[in-house]
Design a protein around this ligand. Structure first.
Ligand SMILES: *[C@@H]1O[C@H](CO)[C@@H](O)[C@H](O)[C@H]1NC(C)=O
Ligand SMILES: *[C@@H]1O[C@H](CO)[C@@H](O)[C@H](O)[C@H]1NC(C)=O
Ligand SMILES: *[C@@H]1O[C@H](CO)[C@@H](O)[C@H](O)[C@H]1NC(C)=O
Ligand SMILES: *[C@@H]1O[C@H](CO)[C@@H](O)[C@H](O)[C@H]1NC(C)=O
Ligand SMILES: *[C@@H]1O[C@H](CO)[C@@H](O)[C@H](O)[C@H]1NC(C)=O
Ligand SMILES: *[C@@H]1O[C@H](CO)[C@@H](O)[C@H](O)[C@H]1NC(C)=O
Ligand SMILES: *[C@@H]1O[C@H](CO)[C@@H](O)[C@H](O)[C@H]1NC(C)=O
Length: 310
């Protein structure tokens, strides 16, 4: 075989190798940027983030088979500083970004919307400031945790409209600007199993469409100013094991059919203006906790409560 022939066969292979190592060194540079930005954190997790180690061996990093970064998992690591989303979102294959339960501060920049491949995003339990930017391009998200993280301003509810694969949505414990209406967009997210919107200035009525979220296991809407009645459609949520409605402005009686929520284990509707008797709750035999204080209920405690073994 002539030399020319050999190089014709080897060259494509060599250039593939080259491409591979270019991609690899890009991700390395990005990770080193992240390390520099967060290096004042009181943690030693970055000790393994050294150029002589393969990036896939960096603590908190996992890779795809091709060596590109797939996941950054640094929650609960005492991280402080501002998050360099401009760098992070250059990681083309990033599917999981987990930075919850740290002391990260500063704004969430617009760069976040470039993290288009994210399926899991946890920025919850930090000390961020400012609003949540438009994140509509992140429509592959399955889990989104932004709870208790210092956000304010108007939440970009429209960004959720194409996130039809969302299973966990947790936005509560942030002081968003109050909107007159309940954010209707969430009732289109029919895969949801967890919806946490407590303590984030939600007003208006629970829409009847809530009954479409039939996969919901946990629905938390406490500490808002939700008005109107509990819609009868809520009784379609047969998988609900937790329903937290306390400290709102709900009125009226338990809707007929509410007793169909027999999976309920935890139910709290305290501190509202609910009235009528408790007979609708007779069939909720799996209840573990039931709190209804500070309402306008009347009548007798149903004898069936005595049979609630849990
Ligand atoms: C990377 O991690 C693997 C598995 O823990 C280990 O076998 C390997 O020696 C590490 N490579 C380097 C260069 O540290
Ligand atoms: C709040 O966010 C954390 C992640 O930061 C998550 O583990 C936790 O379950 C969330 N809490 C609720 C009530 O959704
Ligand atoms: C949702 O997707 C449709 C169709 O691709 C697009 O026209 C629309 O702008 C998207 N909405 C948002 C909020 O991104
Ligand atoms: C609930 O689902 C039904 C049937 O799929 C649909 O016709 C209705 O528009 C949905 N309601 C909302 C508020 O999304
Ligand atoms: C009730 O919720 C409001 C927010 O809507 C909050 O300011 C208040 O502290 C809550 N009350 C109690 C007793 O937790
Ligand atoms: C709750 O909403 C009602 C009706 O919109 C309003 O009259 C009331 O002032 C609100 N309460 C609080 C504490 O914001
Ligand atoms: C409650 O469940 C029963 C039996 O599945 C059903 O016939 C009834 O229509 C349900 N009630 C409501 C209000 O959903």
């Amino acid at each position: 075989m002539s030399a020319a022939n050999i190089s014709r066969q080897i060259l494509p292979f060599l250039s593939l190798l080259c491409l591979f190592s270019v991609a690899y060194s890009d991700d390395l540079q990005i990770l080193l940027n992240i390390k520099t930005t967060l290096q004042n954190s009181n943690t030693n997790i970055f000790n393994s983030w050294q150029t002589h180690n393969p990036i896939c061996n960096f603590t908190g990093i996992s890779c795809n088979p091709d060596g590109s970064v797939k996941a950054i998992e640094l929650s609960n690591q005492q991280l402080s500083g501002t998050v360099p989303f401009d760098s992070i979102c250059q990681l083309k294959s990033l599917q999981k970004l987990s930075l919850g339960q740290n002391s990260l501060h500063g704004p969430i920049t617009d760069d976040l919307k470039k993290c288009e491949n994210l399926q899991y995003l946890d920025l919850g339990n930090n000390l961020f400031s400012g609003g949540v930017p438009d994140i509509s391009p992140l429509n592959r998200l399955v889990s989104l945790y932004l709870n208790n993280s210092g956000f304010s301003g108007t939440f970009p509810w429209n960004s959720l409209s194409n996130m039809t694969g969302l299973v966990d949505l947790s936005l509560g414990d942030n002081q968003f600007d109050s909107s007159i209406l309940f954010p209707d967009v969430v009732v289109g997210l029919t895969r949801l199993k967890l919806l946490y919107l407590s303590n984030c200035n939600i007003q208006g009525q629970i829409p009847p469409g809530i009954g479409n979220l039939t996969e919901l296991g946990s629905l938390e809407l406490s500490d808002n100013n939700i008005t109107g009645e509990i819609p009868p459609e809520i009784s379609k949520l047969g998988k609900l094991w937790q329903l937290e409605l306390y400290n709102n402005s709900l009125i009226g009686k338990f809707p007929s059919g509410f007793g169909n929520l027999t999976s309920l284990q935890k139910f709290d509707a305290s501190q509202n203006y609910l009235e009528g008797d408790l007979s609708e709750l007779r069939s909720l035999t799996n209840l573990v906790t039931l709190q209804l204080f500070e309402n306008g209920f009347s009548g007798e405690v149903p004898v069936e409560f005595g049979e609630f073994k849990s």
